[in-house]
Design a binder for this molecule. Structure first.
Ligand code: PMP
Length: 413
């Protein structure tokens, strides 16, 4: 029989809803979870007078507001009830078909629509990982992926990179440790801006097959090449070798609008089917209305949206490059060929977490690089985004960052 006096004393001895009570209730994955640095930065970035070079958010004037207003009207007029109703967990058939048509050998059965590719990363992790399983990640890698994967409590194996992406030749000792998958961002990587060369792509796909280690390809920035050159996806290269070893995810967030939260997974049918079951338990389905909007504007993406986005980010990148040359002569970086980011290495004595305080004092923010390393290293690195700020603000933000670096150099012995 329950000891009623004890239950009562526990109940009365502490505030049931105080912080300590709730902290004791949290699951192990929840305890491991911290608030992402970028979310915290967001708050600072929103302060009046601060120029944010932190978030990888689209330029506001590229968001197709007027077009989506018209398309919303059309969708609601023609398919209003369907747009507002529950729909299939897999996603709308016409959208899955459109996506499948973009991948060699894929059918709609290979496609799962997700609520952002952030959800796709979490679902893949939950589908494949048990606590303690190993995952190879690039070092540095996408911070949001660590958050998505951490729920599944993996152990990270950090794979080194250079300006051409993952150092595939150094992968063998990691593959030999039998990881569950390799997480790779082949195009204009977040955060480093690096693009995996064709030669390395081919080798990576071959090695992964030889070791029977699946690849999770995150291709969020696929369309954002400045000169229009886009190398074949790991999914397509794997398909040429027989297929079945790559799960690919990408998103409409970078080409249409992140607020719609529509993205996708393309992969082997059996894996996609299991991801669908996991999604069912997560949020049942991706919003029907958003999917219908995306399907309506899909024919415009490659023909109209993408050329505009490329031209704008190319210009922003050039402006940032010029400002970096002028105001940050100490920094080392490669010039990205697409995407949204510059990755800077400062002299090793400069800790960019400390630099962030100095930068806020000057009126700008960036993301300290250590947040992108699975082991928290890279203290002298940082990520700058050129997508969201206007060219004038990019110049001013980099100038302020330059002053912050100088102020640190002055205060140091
Ligand atoms: N992958 C990468 C590499 C990203 O940079 C982002 C967004 N910052 C995402 C996935 C998630 O994007 P979304 O959820 O908006 O599709």
């Amino acid at each position: 029989m329950a000891d009623r006096s004890r239950v009562r004393s526990v109940h009365w001895g502490m505030e049931l809803h105080d912080d300590a009570f709730w902290q004791g209730q949290f699951s192990r994955p929840a305890q491991r979870m911290g608030s992402a640095m970028t979310r915290e930065l967001w708050k600072v970035a929103g302060r009046p007078g601060i120029i944010s070079l932190a978030g990888g958010t689209p330029s506001p004037d590229l968001l197709p507001v007027e077009l989506l207003r018209q398309v919303s009207d059309k969708v609601l007029r023609e398919q209003g009830q369907r747009a507002l109703q529950y729909s299939l967990t897999e996603g709308l058939p016409e959208l899955r078909e459109w996506i499948a048509s973009r991948f060699a050998g894929a059918t709609p059965d290979n496609v799962q629509i997700t609520t952002g590719s952030q959800q796709a990363l979490g679902l893949v992790a939950q589908t494949l990982l048990n606590p303690g399983d190993k995952v190879i990640v690039e070092s540095p890698s996408y911070l949001g992926a660590f958050q998505a994967f951490n729920v599944s409590m993996p152990e990270y194996l950090a794979a080194p990179m250079d300006g051409d992406g993952l150092l595939v030749d150094e992968l063998e000792p990691l593959l030999a440790q039998r990881p569950k998958f390799i997480y790779v961002l082949p195009n204009f990587q977040n955060p480093s801006g690096a693009t995996l060369s064709l030669e390395r792509r081919q080798k990576l796909v071959e090695m992964a097959r030889a070791y029977r280690v699946p690849i999770l390809e995150d291709d969020a920035y696929h369309y954002l090449s400045f000169d229009g050159v886009t190398l074949p996806t790991l999914y397509d290269l794997d398909h040429r070798l027989g297929g079945g070893n790559v799960i690919h995810t990408s998103t409409f967030s970078k080409t249409v609008a992140p607020g719609l939260r529509v993205a996708w997974v393309v992969g082997p049918k059996v894996a996609v089917g299991k991801i669908c079951q996991m999604k069912q338990g997560s949020d049942s389905m991706t919003p029907t209305f958003s999917q219908l909007l995306v399907r309506e504007v899909a024919p415009l993406i490659e023909a109209e949206f993408v050329p505009r986005i490329r031209a704008k980010y190319k210009l922003h990148c050039e402006v940032m490059l010029e400002a970096l040359r002028q105001h940050l002569p100490l920094a080392r970086y490669s010039v990205p060929k697409g995407g949204m980011f510059f990755w800077l290495e400062l002299p090793r004595g400069i800790n960019t977490l400390e630099l962030l305080d100095a930068a806020v004092a000057q009126g700008t923010v960036f993301v300290p690089g250590s947040t992108f390393y699975p082991d928290g290293s890279g203290h002298h690195t940082l990520r700058l985004s050129f997508s969201n700020a206007s060219p004038d603000n990019i110049r001013l933000g980099v100038e302020r960052l330059g002053k912050a670096v100088e102020s640190m150099a002055v205060t140091r012995p």
